[in-house]
Design a protein around this ligand. Structure first.
Ligand SMILES: O=C(O)C(=O)C[C@@H](O)[C@H](O)[C@H](O)COP(=O)(O)O
Length: 366
């Protein structure tokens, strides 16, 4: 089993990664849940792993969440919080999040606010949550105005990444998680991107060693960035590559409306790369290479690839203006200098972005 440490002083924590990690971490999991605690579990995952949970946690209360992005709502936040209180979870106890990004974000936000904050343990079961959302402490619910707009930074006490959970993941979900893996290469490590170009087949076939490599590499990069800039005052914003365009697409499609978060991020990264080229900041060859790789594994890279999606450029820009990185009414985008080097580009001219979005709407599917 590999271990990655997120160095946050007295709130530092470990990420344990490997096949069988969940059973192997049983002792640590029991210690963290000695005080009254509860599990918040995705209903589909629970159906598959009920017995495994009991073997590790015994009779701990379990609160189920419906599968899908629509569960990341105020209504579910209120229901789950009430149930955690009814289950007697104490401030010294833990909320254990078992599921994908939606479960982790929602359960994490409940943990951040329950009795003004109790412990959080992440047991991510999708590739996306294993390489990204379970690490770093961003918790949130979606709102009518946009994705993740109400939330809190609340770091977990432990993250247990058991690659065996991925065996039951639907291929489309696996692919959506792969988009976040590509993001790390695109934003900060060209050699990792080149490795993915050569080995995407083995990763997507869930070969153990390839999976462990991409999860560990992704978590190491994320842990390093989070340790340096926990609250996104600067460098952490790079992890948002593809998200300003992607969140706009998700908000317009409706949460659970047919576009998975990772698919939106893939499209958003391709758009950010094309925008960088259009502004003369990056070479066409780099944007083409990124798009080619995403398309080669079957991820969307153009708006026209999304079935029935026909939002106007003005509508998309309106969603983008709700982004948390907006400062003084101006847009901040994460752009690319080259493959493997992203940067934070503040004060983007809205008219230029609007013109770009109009051109994007006219692009044929790749
Ligand atoms: O951890 C971060 O920081 C990220 O931006 C990682 C993203 O991939 C992740 O989807 C995050 O939850 C999005 O954050 P948001 O601040 O754009 O809501």
């Amino acid at each position: 089993m590999s271990k990655v440490r997120v160095g946050l002083g007295d709130r530092a924590y470990d990420i344990l990664i490997g096949s069988g990690a969940f059973q192997a971490a049983a002792g640590a999991l029991r210690t963290l849940t000695e005080k009254p605690s509860a599990i918040v579990a995705d209903e589909t995952v629970l159906g598959l792993y009920d017995g495994v949970l009991e073997a590790v946690f015994g009779e701990m209360p379990i609160i189920t969440l419906p599968s899908g992005e629509s569960a990341k709502s105020f209504a579910e936040y209120a229901r789950v919080s009430e149930e955690l209180l009814a289950a007697g979870v104490e401030r010294g106890g833990s909320v254990v999040a078992l599921g994908g990004g939606v479960t982790g974000d929602l359960a994490g936000f409940c943990a951040a606010t329950l009795r003004r904050g109790c412990k959080l343990v992440m047991v991510p079961t999708t590739l996306l949550s294993q390489v990204d959302s379970s690490v770093g402490g961003k918790t949130a619910v979606n709102t009518r105005a946009g994705k993740n707009l109400v939330g809190a930074f609340h770091q977990p006490s432990l993250v247990v990444i058991d690659t065996d959970f991925l065996a039951s993941l639907p291929p489309r979900e696996l692919l959506a998680g792969y988009a976040e893996v590509v993001k790390y290469g695109a934003l900060g490590d060209e050699s990792f991107f080149a490795w993915l170009e050569r080995h995407s087949g083995t990763v997507l076939a869930c070969e153990e060693e390839a999976l462990r490599h991409v999860i560990e590499t992704s978590c190491r990069m994320k842990a390093e960035v989070v340790a340096e800039d926990e609250r996104e005052a600067g460098r952490r914003a790079l992890l948002n590559l593809g998200h300003t365009f992607g969140h706009a697409v998700e908000a317009e499609a409706g949460y659970g409306g047919g576009v998975l978060h990772g698919e939106a991020v893939a499209l958003g990264m391709a758009m950010a790369a094309r925008f960088s080229v259009a502004r003369g900041l990056a070479a066409q060859a780099d944007a083409d290479r990124l798009e080619r790789h995403l398309a080669s594994v079957g991820l969307p890279t153009r708006l026209a690839a999304l079935n029935g999606f026909d939002a106007s450029a003005e509508t998309l820009l309106g969603h983008m203006m709700q982004d948390k990185k907006v400062e003084g009414g101006t847009l901040t985008l994460i752009l690319m200098r080259r493959l493997g080097e992203a940067f934070v580009a503040k004060d983007q001219d809205q008219r230029v972005v609007l013109e770009f979005l109009e051109k994007e709407r006219a692009l044929a599917p790749s």
